[in-house]
Design a protein around this ligand. Structure first.
Ligand code: D41
Length: 779
C-alpha cells in the first residue's frame, strides 16, 4: 500500500509538472504519448484504490492555472476535457456504455479530426465577436481577445441573422504545417525562435503580449462545439450545429461527418489515419461525439470529461529516443546537413532511425550530443526531425557536437560563409557527392555546351563508374556510351533488341561524342563558369576572364586578389579561393587540360590592375580586425612591402600612426601563421600579376614615356608601390624584374640581386635622393 501511495504521489507530481510546462510555459519535457501513459496509470490506480483518490488529483482537473499575463475570464460553461481511447476495444467499450445507458441499438456519432492545437472559446454578442479566451483550467481561462482578432479566419461579425444573441463558440486554434515549416525555415536562416512543433507555435503565439507578434505567426482556427447559448436556439444535433456555425461564417472542418455504430467510427478512424500525412495540419486523433443533444444530456459527465464523447488517438508524431551518433550528409549541391542516427523508434506508425538536424546552428541551439535522449517528430511528408533534447537525461561526459572540418565524402574543406547557416563542401569538382550536379552543370548550354547529355544519362554514367569527375567526359568512347545506354535501358525494363533501335542508339552516341569533342575548344569565361564554383555565375566568370585573362594565373591566385575585380566581393572571392585550395579540384583542372580542353582567348591581365596591386589595397582586403581602408593606406605608405610589415616590431606600427588598439589587433592577426602566410602569398601574387601587366594602352605621356622602370630595395620616404604609381603617372612602365629592356632601376636601402643585375647589364641606377629630386621637379 505504501508503494502504491508513493507511486500515486509520484505520478501526480509528474503530471502537474508536465501540465505546467505544457500549458503555462509551452515547453513540454515529455511527449504526449508519455503524458497520456502517466494519466492512464494514475487513473487506473485511483480506480483500483478509491481510498487514495483525492478531489484535487490532476485526473479531476483540466489544464493548468492561468499564467497571470492576461486578465482572467470565467467561462460561462466549463470547457471540458476529452477522454482518450487508444484501441478499437476501448472504442467498443465507449459505444457499449452509451448503448446500455440509453437503451439504444443504433447510435449516430459526429466524427471529426482532432486537431493538435489550443482549445479556445469565442463569445459573440449580437453577432459580434466580443471576447475570446483560452481554456485555462477549464473553469477560468485567459483573455486573449486581441490576439484572436489577428486570426484571419475568425469572423468579427457573424453572417446571416438567425444566431442567438449570446453565442459561445468552442474550437481549436492551430498552425498549419506549411506555415510552421515556413516559420522555422526563416528562423533557422535568420536566427529567430525555432518552434518544436505547430502546437507550441500556436500556443506560444496566442500568449504573446503584443498582438502584432501574434499576427506575424500565421494561425488558423476550426470550430468544434458550443458553450453558452442565450436568446436563440440551436438545432438538436451536433452535426446540424456545425452546419449552422459554418453558415454563420465560422470555419468548421470539412472532414467532420456523421457515422453510425462502432464500425462506422473505426472506418472513419482508418480513413482519416490514411489521409493524415497529407493533411495541411497536425492531428493527433479523431473525436467521436454522440450526435443528438438529448442523448448527450442523458449521458452527462464524469470528473474531467463528457461521457458522450471520446478522442481516439493516432500513433504519436513525436517520440523519445536516444542519439547514437551525429553524422553529416553532403547533398548534390555540396550543402552539408547534420543528421542524428538514433535507436529505432516508431513515430506516427513508421520506424525512424535517422532524423535531420537541419544545420550546425540548429544543432548548437538544441545542443544535441551523442547519447542524448531526444524528441523526434515526423509529420506529413516532412523528413523526421529532432525537435528537443531532454536535458535531465543527458549522460555524464557528453560533449558538445561540432561540424567536422572536412567533407566525409571527398575530404575537401567544409566552409561556411559569414552569417550563413549552411556549411558546404568546397570540393565542387572532385566530391563524389556532387558528381551528378557538377557534370550536369559543366555540360550545360551556357557552360561547356555539350548537347545530348541529359541528367538521366549523367546519373547512369556516374552510377556505372564511367564518370568520376567532369574530366572523364573527355575519355568516354562510343563503346562506353552504348554500353551505358544498354544498361540504363535494361534497368528501366526497355529491351529494344531491334536493328533500328541499335542504329538510333549509335546515332545518339555518335552525336554525343562529337558534341563532347566540340566542347574542348572553349573560352576562359565558359570554362570558369563550367567549374561550378559556389557563387561564380556567368557574369563573375566573365569578369574574372576579363581582368586576369589566363587560367594559369587565376588558378593559383589567393582569394584577396579576386577582390580586385570590380563587383567581386569577399564572399565570392573566398568561395573561389576555397575551391582553388582543394587539391582535388586542381587535379580535375589538370586532367581537363591534359585531355584536350583548350582555352582560346588567353591574354594578359587588364593593365588597370596596376592601380590596385599595392600593399594598402591588400591590407584593406584581408578583413583584418580594426584595419579600415584608411588604416590600410597609412600602413601602405609606411611600409615598403608585406615582408617589412610582417617583421616590423610592434612599436613601429604605432610610429606609423596606428592607434594602440588597432596596432595590437594587427599584431595579433599577423601572429597567426595562416594569416602571415596568406599575406605573403598575396603580396607575391600581386608581384606576379604586376609582372604580367602589359603597358597601358592609354599610358600617360610624360617625361618617362617608353621607359621601363624597376624598383628595388626599400625607400625611406614612401613605399615602392607609391613610388611605382608616381613613376607611372609620369609615363613609365613599372616592371618587377631587371632585363635588357629595363631603362632604369631605382635602388633603395639593401637593394640586392636586382641592383647587381642592373649593374651587370649597365642599366642606369638611381638612389632615393635622385628619385625624390626627379619627382619634385616633375610634380
Ligand atoms: O479538434 C479538437 N482538438 C477537438 C477538441 C475537437 N474536434 N472536438 C472537441 N470536443 C470537445 C468536447 C466534446 C468537450 C466539446 C475537442 C475538445 N472537447 C477538447 N479540446 C481540448 C480539450 C477538450
Amino acid at each position: 500500500m505504501i508503494d502504491i501511495a508513493t507511486r500515486i504521489a509520484d505520478l501526480r507530481r509528474q503530471i502537474e509538472d508536465a501540465n505546467q510546462r505544457y500549458h503555462a510555459l509551452d515547453a513540454p519535457e515529455i511527449t504526449d504519448a508519455q503524458y497520456d501513459a502517466l494519466v492512464r496509470e494514475l487513473e487506473a490506480l485511483e480506480r483500483a484504490h478509491p481510498q487514495l483518490a483525492e478531489a484535487d488529483s490532476p485526473t479531476r482537473r483540466v489544464g493548468s492555472a492561468p499564467s497571470g499575463r492576461f486578465p482572467q475570464v470565467a467561462h460561462a460553461l466549463p470547457m471540458l476535457s476529452l477522454g482518450n481511447a487508444f484501441s478499437d476495444e476501448e472504442v467498443g467499450d465507449f459505444v457499449r456504455r452509451i448503448s446500455e445507458r440509453l437503451a439504444r441499438d443504433v447510435l449516430a456519432f459526429s466524427a471529426e479530426p482532432k486537431l493538435d492545437g489550443l482549445a479556445i472559446s469565442l463569445r459573440y454578442e449580437g453577432g459580434v465577436f466580443v471576447q475570446g479566451a483560452t481554456r485555462g483550467d477549464g473553469a477560468t481561462g485567459e483573455d486573449v481577445t486581441a490576439n484572436l482578432r489577428t486570426i484571419a479566419v475568425i469572423p468579427e461579425t457573424l453572417q446571416g441573422s438567425d444566431w442567438p444573441q449570446v453565442l459561445e463558440v468552442r474550437g481549436e486554434v492551430y498552425m498549419a504545417r506549411a506555415d510552421f515549416e515556413r516559420w522555422n525555415a526563416h528562423a533557422r536562416l535568420h536566427g529567430g525562435k525555432v518552434l518544436a512543433n505547430p502546437r507550441n507555435g500556436a500556443a506560444g503565439s496566442l500568449r504573446q503580449i503584443d498582438p502584432q507578434l501574434t499576427a506575424q505567426r500565421p494561425l488558423s482556427f476550426y470550430a468544434y462545439g458550443i458553450g453558452l447559448v442565450e436568446g436563440g436556439a440551436l438545432p438538436d444535433t451536433h452535426s446540424a450545429t456545425l452546419a449552422k456555425l459554418r453558415e454563420w461564417g465560422l470555419p468548421v472542418s470539412d472532414l467532420a461527418t456523421v457515422v453510425v455504430g462502432v464500425d462506422g467510427l473505426l472506418a472513419y478512424y482508418r480513413r482519416i489515419g490514411d489521409a493524415r500525412d497529407g493533411l495541411a495540419f497536425d492531428i493527433d486523433g479523431v473525436v467521436y461525439k454522440l450526435d443528438d443533444y438529448a442523448g448527450q444530456r442523458e449521458m452527462g459527465f464524469v470528473a474531467r470529461a463528457p461521457r458522450w464523447a471520446i478522442a481516439h488517438k493516432f500513433p504519436a508524431q513525436e517520440q523519445a529516443t536516444v542519439v547514437d551518433s551525429i553524422e553529416v550528409n553532403v547533398g548534390r549541391t555540396g550543402a552539408v546537413t547534420p543528421w542524428a542516427l538514433m535507436q529505432p523508434v516508431l513515430v506516427g506508425g513508421v520506424t525512424v532511425s535517422r532524423a535531420t538536424l537541419h544545420n550546425a546552428d540548429h544543432v548548437a541551439r538544441l545542443d544535441v550530443r551523442n547519447g542524448d535522449t531526444v524528441i523526434v517528430r515526423r509529420a506529413g511528408d516532412v523528413i523526421p526531425e529532432v525537435v528537443q533534447v531532454m536535458l535531465e537525461q543527458r549522460p555524464a561526459g557528453a560533449v558538445p557536437w561540432s561540424m567536422p572540418r572536412h567533407c566525409p565524402v571527398c575530404g575537401a574543406e567544409l566552409v561556411r560563409e559569414e552569417g550563413a547557416a549552411v556549411w558546404r563542401c568546397s570540393g565542387e569538382l572532385s566530391c563524389p557527392a556532387q558528381r551528378v550536379q557538377s557534370v550536369f552543370h559543366f555540360a550545360s548550354r551556357r557552360a561547356m555546351d555539350i548537347d545530348g547529355l541529359g541528367e538521366r544519362y549523367i546519373e547512369s554514367l556516374v552510377e556505372f563508374g564511367e564518370l568520376e569527375d567532369v574530366s572523364d567526359l573527355y575519355r568516354l568512347t562510343l563503346e562506353d556510351l552504348l554500353a551505358m545506354k544498354r544498361r540504363a535501358d535494361e534497368c528501366e525494363g526497355i529491351t529494344p533488341e531491334t536493328v533500328k533501335a541499335g542504329k538510333v542508339a549509335t546515332k545518339w552516341a555518335d552525336n554525343l561524342i562529337e558534341a563532347i569533342d566540340h566542347s574542348r575548344d572553349t573560352t576562359l569565361s565558359r570554362f570558369l563558369y563550367a567549374l561550378g564554383i559556389q557563387h561564380v555565375g556567368e557574369s563573375t566568370a566573365r569578369a574574372l576572364a576579363l581582368w586576369f585573362g589566363d587560367l594559369a594565373l587565376i588558378r593559383h591566385l589567393p582569394w584577396p586578389l579576386f577582390k580586385r575585380v570590380p563587383d567581386i566581393g569577399g564572399e565570392v572571392a573566398r568561395a573561389l579561393g576555397h575551391f582553388l585550395d582543394q587539391p582535388g579540384n586542381q587535379q580535375v583542372i589538370d586532367r581537363l587540360l591534359a585531355r584536350g580542353v583548350r582555352i582560346g582567348d588567353t591574354r594578359a591581365p587588364n593593365p588597370e590592375l596596376a592601380d590596385v596591386l599595392d600593399l594598402a589595397t591588400l591590407l584593406a582586403d584581408l578583413d583584418i580586425p580594426k584595419i579600415t581602408p584608411l588604416r590600410a593606406a597609412q600602413l601602405g605608405s609606411a611600409f615598403a612591402d608585406a615582408q617589412m610589415l610582417l617583421h616590423a616590431p610592434a612599436h613601429t606600427l604605432v610610429t606609423a600612426g596606428l592607434p594602440a588598439d588597432t596596432s595590437s589587433a594587427l599584431v595579433a592577426w599577423l601572429e597567426e601563421d595562416a594569416n602571415a602566410a596568406l599575406l605573403l602569398r598575396s603580396a607575391q601574387a600581386q608581384q606576379q600579376v604586376r609582372a604580367l601587366l602589359p603597358e597601358r594602352a592609354d599610358a600617360v605621356a610624360g617625361p618617362l614615356s617608353g621607359k621601363t622602370v624597376v624598383l628595388t630595395g626599400s625607400l625611406s620616404s614612401m613605399s615602392r608601390d607609391v613610388a611605382g604609381a608616381r613613376l607611372e603617372a609620369l609615363g613609365a612602365k613599372v616592371a618587377g624584374s631587371v632585363s635588357k629592356k629595363t631603362s632604369l632601376v631605382v635602388a633603395g636601402e639593401e637593394a640586392g640581386s636586382k641592383l647587381a643585375k642592373a649593374e651587370e647589364l649597365g642599366v642606369e641606377v638611381w638612389d632615393e635622393a635622385k628619385l625624390l629630386a626627379f619627382l619634385a621637379q616633375h610634380a
